[in-house]
Design a protein around this ligand. Structure first.
Ligand code: ZN
Length: 95
């Protein structure tokens, strides 16, 4: 498997997880896990798509299973995402 194909696979697994995240969260978490394993094996950066899942429990984050808070810290807008399953807080700097 080439790196290019692996990148394509990681994107497809995340898209699949997105589609079923609300109905089958367990299965979505499994897809995220597979995606991350491929990314690790092929040294692929998920970059902005890293925001879509919880790094602790691999849950795909949707407004249903996570809480979102917007805060301004030192003039920067930050988005805090709290995973409902393992309560890990993720900080995303927006601007
Ligand atoms: Zn989590």
């Amino acid at each position: 498997m080439s790196k290019q194909l692996a990148t394509q696979y990681t994107n497809e697994f995340l898209n699949l997880a997105k589609q079923i995240a609300n109905e089958q969260p367990e299965r979505a978490a499994r897809y995220v896990e597979i995606c991350r394993k491929i990314a690790t094996a092929f040294n692929i950066r998920l970059s902005k798509r890293k925001r879509e899942f919880c790094k602790q429990c691999n849950a795909y984050l949707t407004p249903k299973c996570a809480t979102y808070r917007l805060l301004k810290i030192r003039g920067r807008t930050c988005l805090f995402v709290k995973c409902a399953k393992c309560r890990t807080i993720k900080k995303i700097i927006l601007k």
